[in-house]
Design a protein around this ligand. Structure first.
Ligand code: M6R
Length: 607
């Protein structure tokens, strides 16, 4: 996804911008650029491809400019190219702008600008912005931007430089994240906090509908009408080292291995002998009793966590749950009222579809609980209640520790609802709590055997298709295992409810087709084994996954992965770990770009 950086201060700006852009590389991008304010005017450097191309273009003889903006672009309107890369300029070269988001009415605006005599040179939606600023500019850039924002529809985080104001950056935000870093006589702008963490931990989080004028003396924030806004300084507590690879070859592997810590942190302070402690969810027992339906809404991996959440809530709290893909949710007229609880799950808290679903749910008067990993993210700020997962920054595009901590979030929420509705016995609650406390150490136990999975992954170098099967919660985890494998190793992978195979997909199973069969749900174990036999009879190569101590599965499969014993409802947190490792090692063995898979971005902040 696109990334923004900006700087005004005493340092030479280009190295600051380049370093900030490097910190944003994990978001995914296809081109990059910077614009700096020189005495003679604005100099723009842009390049398609990796940041290294831009750095090469910038050369060694950096300008000594001390104010500038930078951008990494992930193409939406117009293909990746030097021309389409940001920053974009107006006809006179007076303004340069970087932008995240989408200007939905850009075609109409472009047509209008062309009629006014403007020359639009790129295919992007963004380029209309500097031309509109040029059109409305009467000596005050912020005022011109206010005029522009009345005209544009869509989402944006934008930063503008003006040749006429060599000591000033103007930033604005609507529906796309933007923060301002406060240093000693210097200021930073970024779409993502890691881009500026090396310089400052004091930030302003710009809210929707705010514009800030930043010069060497400070930051002045107003709303889009020009009314002053007093901002509170937010202290970032993240450890910078937490965002580094820490000796691992890839962020993904580091993040897989961080799971015991992340799982422990997410439970810390939230369990006692009798149940869960979730003061952050401020529902009264009466409000919980009045909930007649729950929707869980999310995208991708977070949606897979929602599928597990559905089973847990229905099983323990006895409330009907529907799980929706966020991009579908608001277009299907969901039946929501004030007795509906909507749970949105989002690692980043900035996924556009999830945020839009949240807004729709609130508009329809539902109570919204967010499960998210990013403090003060948009989703966190707009939900009624927030359950934070404590995974720490997740940099790799492929989600791992975010998923397992989201599963814990689902367990906590399901227990909270069950306790409030008195739908579980004390013995059952205490059994769940005891099992939950074991999970971090059990995750470590699985990781200690990662070399066996690495060996197994070698056989995936040449395969084209892999099938994941399972029943009940094993099916939900199969979906996540399949997504992990396909997104980073580019192997075609599909997940099926094991009993569904014979209704069509079995036709695809031939000699040595790898099938990964999850068999941890003992209630349906015999049935899963029957399905395994169906694929075995078609000469599939079956890798089974079950609990340690179950020696039966080995009789029906070619190889078995064992995980520590836990209760059925918690097994997804453990069973996914070998699947993450398998995907990771398969991707490495196939020479893929593990942390930045092609065509994908970490955070999808456009619809
Ligand atoms: O930040 P979010 O949790 O809202 O992101 C949702 C999906 O884009 C995300 O889970 C994606 O599917 C994963 N990166 C895949 O590994």
């Amino acid at each position: 996804m696109c990334g923004i950086v900006g700087y005004i201060g005493k340092q030479a700006v280009i190295p600051v911008l380049v370093e900030g852009l490097k910190k944003l590389e994990y978001r995914g991008y296809d081109s990059a650029g910077v614009a700096v304010l020189e005495e003679k005017g604005i100099e723009v450097y842009k390049s398609a491809g990796r940041l290294a191309n831009l750095v090469e273009k910038l050369g060694d003889g950096y300008s000594d400019a001390t104010i500038g903006i930078g951008h990494t672009r992930w193409a939406t309107h117009g293909r990746p190219s030097d021309l389409n890369a940001h920053p974009h300029s107006d006809c006179s070269g007076d303004f340069a702008i970087v932008h995240n988001g989408i200007i939905e009415n850009y075609l109409e605006l472009k047509e209008w600008l062309i009629k006014q005599g403007h020359q639009i040179v790129s295919e992007t939606d963004t380029e209309v912005l500097p031309h509109l600023v040029e059109h409305f500019y009467k000596g005050d850039t912020a005022e011109a931007i206010r005029q522009v924002l009345i005209k544009v529809h869509g989402s944006f985080a934008m930063v503008a430089l003006s040749r006429n104001h060599k000591e000033q950056m103007v930033v604005a935000r609507k529906d796309s994240p933007l923060v301002i870093g406060l240093g000693e006589g210097e200021y930073f702008v970024a779409s993502d906090i890691p881009a500026i963490l090396n310089y400052t931990r004091q930030i302003y989080i710009l809210a929707d509908g705010e514009i800030a004028v930043i010069d060497r003396d400070g930051v002045r924030v107003t709303d889009f009408q020009g009314n002053p806004i007093q901002k509170e300084v937010f202290e970032v507590k993240w450890d910078t080292v937490a965002a580094e690879k820490d000796g691992y070859e890839h962020f993904m592997l580091k993040e897989i291995f961080e799971q015991p810590r992340a799982l422990k942190d997410t439970l810390t302070g939230r369990l006692n002998h009798n149940g869960v402690i979730l003061p952050e969810v401020a529902l009264t027992a009466e409000e919980v009793a009045n909930i007649n339906k729950i929707f869980i809404v999310a995208c991708g991996t977070a949606w897979h966590a929602g599928l597990v959440g559905k089973t847990l809530i229905e099983r323990w709290a006895r409330i009907p749950v529907e799980v929706d893909i966020a991009s579908e949710f608001r277009y299907r007229s969901p039946l929501i009222d004030e007795h509906t609880l909507v749970v949105v799950i989002s690692q980043s808290g900035e996924t556009a579809d999830t945020l839009a679903a949240l807004r729709e749910a609130r508009r329809l008067s539902a109570r919204v609980i967010a499960v998210t990993n990013v403090v003060s993210s948009s989703v966190a700020r707009e939900a009624n209640d927030v359950i934070y997962t404590c995974a720490g920054p997740e940099i790799a595009v492929a989600s791992t520790k975010a998923y397992t901590t989201q599963l814990e979030g689902m367990v906590l929420l399901a227990l909270y609802l069950a306790e409030a509705r008195d739908s579980l016995s004390l013995e059952k609650i205490s059994e769940i709590i005891s099992a939950l406390k074991e999970i971090p150490a059990q995750a470590q136990e699985i990781l200690n055997q990662s070399s066996a999975i690495k060996d197994l992954a070698r056989s995936f170098i040449v395969v084209d298709d892999v099938f994941f099967i399972g029943r009940s919660l094993d099916w939900s985890v199969s979906m996540e295992g399949s997504l992990k494998l396909k997104e980073i190793s580019y192997i075609h992978a599909e997940a099926y409810a094991a009993g569904e195979l014979k209704h069509g997909t079995l036709a695809l199973i031939t000699d040595n087709t790898p099938v990964i069969a999850l068999a941890t749900q003992m209630e349906v174990y015999e049935k899963t084994v029957s399905n395994i036999k169906e694929v075995k009879a078609r000469d599939a190569k079956v890798i089974g996954l079950t609990f340690k101590g179950n020696d039966d599965l080995a009789k029906s499969v070619d190889q078995v992965i064992y995980i520590p014993q836990t209760i059925a409802e918690l097994s997804p947190i453990l069973s996914v770990i070998p699947l993450q490792l398998l995907a990771y090692y398969a991707s490495v063995a196939r020479g893929c770009d593990v942390d930045k898979p092609r065509n994908l971005a970490k955070s999808v902040t456009v619809e």
